[in-house]
Every structure is written in C-alpha cells, then in structure tokens.
Design a protein around this ligand. Structure first.
Ligand code: PHE
Length: 460
C-alpha cells in the first residue's frame, strides 16, 4: 500500500483532509484539552508540592512538549499515513530502516493503556453530571462530598457502567470517521468549558482562599524539586499536549500542505496550558478554604468542584453544564487516543473503520476494568508504584510517552535530513526553524533521557 515512489511532501493522503486549517487546530485542541488539564493537572500538582512542580511543568511544555508536537505534526503530514506506517515509510526513506515503525507501534500500545484508565475517569464525570442535576451537591460540606465520592468509586458495577457508556460513545465517534463530530464538538465545548471555568474562578476568588491557592500554584519552593517531581512534571507535559504516542502524528496526516505547523502548535500549547492553570486556580482556593488535602489524589476535583456547585446560585445547573463539557472534552481526547490504532488497522488490514473501532474498543474496554477495580475491590492490591491504576498511569504517562517522544526527537532531529524537516516546517528555514531544530536535536532528547534515567535510579 505504501506509495514509496511519491515525491516527499506531495504524497497523496490515504485519508481525507481536514476541511480547513482551523478544523485541524480544533481537532488537535480537542485532543490536547481534556481530563489532563482539569482532572490530572490539579491533583498531580497537589501531590508534588505545587509551585515547584508547576514551574518544571511549564519548562517541559515549552522546551520539550512544544517541539515534539511540531515534530509529530511534521512527520504525520510528510508520511500521510497512520503513525506506524508513517514511521515505517519515513524510516525507510530517510535511513533505509523500516524498524522505525516500532515507534508507531509503541504509541498504539500507549494509547490502549492510557485510554483504558482515561475512560474510567471520564465515566466518573458522566456520573457526576447526573449527581449535579439531581441536586445532590446542594449545601453539602466537604466531609459529606468526600464520603459520597468514596462510596461511588467503591462500587465497580456503577463505575463500570459509566466506563462502558463512555467507551461506547468513543467507539461510535471513531467509527464515524474524523471529520464528523470532532470539529463541531470542539468548536462549542472548549469555549463553553473556559466560560464555566471562569465562572468557577469567580466563586474561588470570592468564596475560596484565593491567596493561598495562588501562592501554592505559583510560589515555587525549590527545596521541593526532586527526581520524582521532575518526572511527574515531564509526564504531565507529554500527557496534556497529547504527544509521544502518535495522536498528533495521526491528525497531522490529514493536514493540508499549506497550513503552518509552527503557529498551530503554539496556539494549541498556549490554550492547553492556560486551561490547566485556570483549573488549578479554581481548585486550590477551594481546597484551602475547606481544609482539604491538596495531595488527595485522583479524587481531588470530584470533591472540590461539587463544593462550589453546591454553594453558588444556580449551582446545579452550572454543575450539569460543567460535567457535560468535561465529558465532551474527554471524548475528543479519547477519540485521538484511539485514532493511531484504528487508522493503522484500517490501512494495514483492510477492514472497515467501524470494525476496527469496535475491536480496538473492546480490548480497551476490557482493560479498563483493571482501573475500575483498582479503585474498589482491588484497592488494597498494591505493588511497584501503588495500585494497578498507579502503575498503569506511571508506565504509560511517565515512561512510554517520554520514550516515544525521545524516539521522535531522534528521528526528526538526527535521522531525518535537514532539507526534509525544513521543507515541512518552514521552507524559508527562518529563526523559528533553527530554534526548533536546536530544541529537537539537543535540549529535548538530553532532558528526556536524563529524567528517564533518574526515574530509574541510575543517578542514585
Ligand atoms: N491530552 C489529553 C488530555 O489532556 C490526553 C491525551 C494524551 C490524549 C495522549 C491523546 C494522547 O486529557
């Protein structure tokens, strides 16, 4: 199927194309903005001491995540295939080594692992939509809401049901194809989510301990920086930007040749980072005003946001809207987590998109019960990093994404010849291109290698 004789840059896409550059920006934004910003960022920042973590995270976004995002889009658009095939073709073209396909395959596996727990948490947001609508947060205090959350996750039948529903929606949308659905959902939901976050920010400023929240997030205590904080911050940067596993590469394959990779990546990374910081600015003032623990973990937003919705006027209404938007944001990310695997199976094994989506979805759905159970019956079953969820999360986000990203920097910066990458990113090879090349060749790979080695105790 490979059209290896096609001239580079002009390869005809096997897939369709985005209807416009703006549609592509929406799709990548939809992939980037999700549970990573609103659920994970606050709780990981909380577990890692706040300001120092946030600072390292911001550095990782700029110096590692952003250049890798550009590299992924560039490779995707040049290969014009699913990530496995793209890496195989480009590997062959640039170095005679089709083995680079393994980078794409690693991404497919990482996508499976991430989506398996992502769907469980997304299921929680669906359930919380109903809870908000039923008025169950009204007037509740922190202790009541924590107890309610604890009882909720302890019931695998209920959380398993919501996980199933979320996976079914994901499979449906992926089966329908990329152009439909995603664009429209993102165009509406991301702005709505931002407006609702601003509303919550108003609550956090007036009723929360805003000063304590700001200080926690933005006043770095450098003594808190250690290997664990750095690896957490780097993993978070990869996760929140959707890079390191081929999601952005898969979307890049549909990008028209005349769209600018640089400005698209900047816009997406900026929006994604602002939404995460906004979410932190909402959560922590509520945490400190109510005597909650910032290091609470994955349940943090499910115990803090209901407090705000329970106390503000119209809170049930806004609560429903918020959790719906968060569910949609999670959906547009989940779609991109499945896209590399589905595009690969469709193009490689010649099955329909629907059939591929159903098969991939079934495997991920089954895997998801590991996470469902690790918050209930298997919560005592601990090894390595903690529960099964903790281990999956660490392996996928803190190890596999950085490893995938490292390979992408090596390929884009060292294996691929300068003309090829300049041709895609910026034919004039201006200053931005030189900065990108410097980051991708030296800064990003060295930093990622160093952090990964230290995570495995090589420097201890
Ligand atoms: N970036 C998404 C989020 O923040 C998660 C994601 C990771 C999506 C990796 C695709 C690939 O929710």
């Amino acid at each position: 199927m490979a059209q290896s004789n096609a001239s580079s840059g002009q390869r005809i896409s096997l897939h369709g194309n985005w209807s416009s550059r703006f549609a592509f920006i929406l799709a990548v934004t939809g992939s980037a903005v999700g549970l990573g910003n609103i659920w994970k960022f606050p709780y990981v920042a909380g577990q890692n001491g706040g300001g120092a973590f946030v600072l390292v995270y911001l550095c990782c976004v700029v110096a590692i995540g952003l250049p890798i995002m550009m590299a992924e889009i560039m490779l995707g658009r040049r290969g014009r295939r699913n990530p496995v095939e793209t890496m195989r073709i480009l590997g062959e073209e640039e170095s005679g080594q089709p083995i680079w396909a393994l980078v794409g395959l690693g991404g497919v596996v990482a996508g499976f692992l991430i989506l398996s727990f992502y769907s469980t948490i997304a299921g929680w947001t669906l359930a919380y939509t109903i809870k908000a609508g039923a008025g169950s947060f009204v007037g509740a205090d922190a202790a009541t809401l924590s107890a309610e959350f604890g009882a909720f996750i302890a019931n695998p039948l209920v959380t398993g049901f919501w996980h199933t529903l979320f996976m079914a929606m994901t499979v449906l949308l992926v089966g329908l194809g990329v152009e439909e659905g995603i664009e429209r959902a993102v165009r509406f939901m991301v702005p709505a989510l931002v407006i609702l976050l601003l509303l919550l920010l108003g609550y956090a400023i007036t009723s929360g301990d805003f000063a304590a929240g700001v200080e926690f997030l933005f006043k770095p205590d450098f003594s808190k920086i250690n290997g664990a904080v750095v690896i957490a911050a780097m993993g978070q940067a990869f996760f929140t930007l959707s890079v390191g596993m081929g999601a952005v590469m898969a979307y890049g394959a549909y990008l028209p040749q005349d769209a600018s990779i640089t400005s698209t990546s900047f816009a997406v990374a900026a929006a994604d980072t602002l939404i995460a910081l906004l979410s932190g600015l909402v959560i922590f003032p509520i945490v400190f005003a109510n005597g909650l623990d910032p290091a609470e973990g994955p349940g943090l937003i499910f115990q803090t946001l209901p407090l705000a919705f329970g106390k503000m006027p119209g809170g049930s209404f806004f609560g429903v809207l918020f959790f719906i938007c968060l569910g949609f944001a999670a959906l547009t990310s989940a779609i991109s987590l499945m896209e590399p695997a589905v595009a690969w199976i469709v193009e490689r094994f010649d099955v329909t998109r629907q059939a591929a989506a159903i098969r991939v979805g079934l495997i991920i759905w089954a895997l998801g019960f590991l996470t469902v159970l690790s918050f209930s019956h298997l919560s005592e079953f601990q090894f390595g990093r903690g529960t099964i969820f903790d281990n999956l999360d660490f392996l996928a986000i803190n190890v596999m994404l950085p490893l995938g990203g490292l390979m992408i920097t090596i390929f884009a910066g060292w294996v691929m010849c300068r003309n090829s990458s300049a041709d895609e990113i910026d034919p004039d090879a201006g200053r931005l291109y030189s900065i990108w090349r410097l980051l991708v060749r030296y800064i990003a790979p060295v930093a990622v290698t160093f952090v990964l080695l230290s995570a495995f105790g090589v420097f201890d």
